[in-house]
Design a protein around this ligand. Structure first.
Ligand code: SF4
Ligand code: SF4
Length: 346
């Protein structure tokens, strides 16, 4: 893997070259929050932020997404006419995506691109047309626990390029072939810069002191964890607001609706949440997750028990800490997962 160097004063030119091919997005500050926004010039980029408020999953799985348009003309001989929504018309580049958010996309690849038969073409189109230039974390938040869920502050999975901020310069490591191509005109990094990046990785990993114990969850029977008494305590404070699911980079529940006006209509997919009673409400009136306890338990069991079993060991969490930061009643995912290990079965 080639390691290259880019002086920050040259960032503007580098971004200008990329813009001839890509639409570029990055976390930019807006009203005290870091929001993914379109980048006009390299000097708008900043490297001193924890993480974006919302994860970049919206670039691949938008909050509201049109899947197809249709027209039902009674006079039309062909009956119902349907046309799929067109794919992306220009390739995109996400600059400064954090390693946890890039790893989350690889988890979702296993959901949306599982096999040819159930392939989600909308997801696949956006994934294929987007390049990811990551930014390693130098100063993880107190709520981060990526190192205990197969990720880390310098994790490379899912990225095309990983950048390490060395003050007045950036070390850029090409991970994929696409990434190496983007860096081909830059200068080779020297031994000192590579060593500085390696030292920074060690320090960042060492600064993450909290975590979850996945080994113990993995080794326990599913029903043993499902039936624990601790769920009675956890669910009580939850208000089922769904905030944790909307901020989470790996949550992917959705609902599909047809919106019609006269003979025209469109089919849209909207984010949904397993925390909502309505999400599992059947037309018959039956609801398999009719109680708050059922719904809270589902979110944690799905991420930490069912997904690793179904997705060849992939945990449905990358330890970004957003749910803990945003929960209005202070439910901390680390406490819940560690309780899944510790408490007695009833
Ligand atoms: S953010 Fe907190 S209160 Fe809201 S649904 Fe999630 S766990 Fe429950
Ligand atoms: S469950 Fe929480 S910590 Fe884990 S990926 Fe989702 S938001 Fe981040």
């Amino acid at each position: 893997m080639a390691e290259k160097i880019l002086k920050k004063e040259e960032l503007d030119d580098f971004v200008a070259r990329l813009k001839s091919k890509y639409r570029i997005y990055a976390p930019l500050e807006k009203g005290g929050e870091w929001e993914w926004s379109e980048v006009e010039q390299g000097k708008d980029l900043t490297f001193d932020f924890f993480n974006s408020s919302l994860s970049p999953k919206k670039f691949f799985f938008p909050q509201t997404e049109c899947l197809m348009h249709f027209r039902n003309d009674p006079h039309e001989e062909k009956g119902m006419l349907m046309e799929a929504e067109a794919g992306l018309d220009q390739p995109r580049l996400l600059f400064n995506i954090r390693p946890c958010d890039a790893k989350a996309l690889t988890v979702l690849d296993k959901v949306f691109e599982r096999d040819e038969e159930s392939m989600d073409v909308y997801w696949k189109d956006k994934r294929e047309k987007t390049v990811l230039i990551g930014l390693a974390c130098t100063d993880p938040c107190p709520t981060c626990f990526c190192t205990s869920v197969n990720c880390g502050p310098h994790h490379e999975e899912g990225l095309d390029v990983l950048q390490v901020d060395l003050g007045d310069r950036l070390l850029l490591r090409g991970i994929s072939e696409k990434g190496e191509q983007l860096l081909k005109d830059l200068d080779q990094a020297g031994t000192e810069d590579s060593q500085a990046a390696a030292d920074q990785k060690k320090e960042a990993e060492g600064s993450i002191t909290s975590g979850v114990e996945m080994d113990r969850i993995d080794s326990r029977q599913t029903l043993e964890v499902y039936d624990q008494a601790m769920w009675d305590r956890v669910y009580e404070s939850c208000i089922n607001c769904g905030t944790c699911t909307f901020y989470c980079p790996t949550c992917h529940c959705f609902d599909i609706q047809d919106e019609t006006q006269g003979e025209y209509g469109r089919r849209v997919r909207n984010w949904d949440t397993c925390m909502s009673w309505l999400f599992t409400h059947h037309t018959s009136g039956h609801n398999p997750r009719g109680t708050k306890k059922d719904r809270v338990r589902q979110r944690f069991m799905h991420k930490f028990k069912y997904m690793p079993i179904k997705l060849e060991g992939s945990i449905g969490c990358v330890g970004c800490g957003r749910c803990t930061q945003r929960c209005p009643v202070n439910i901390d995912v680390r406490d819940v997962v560690n309780s899944m290990n510790e408490e007695h079965v009833e």
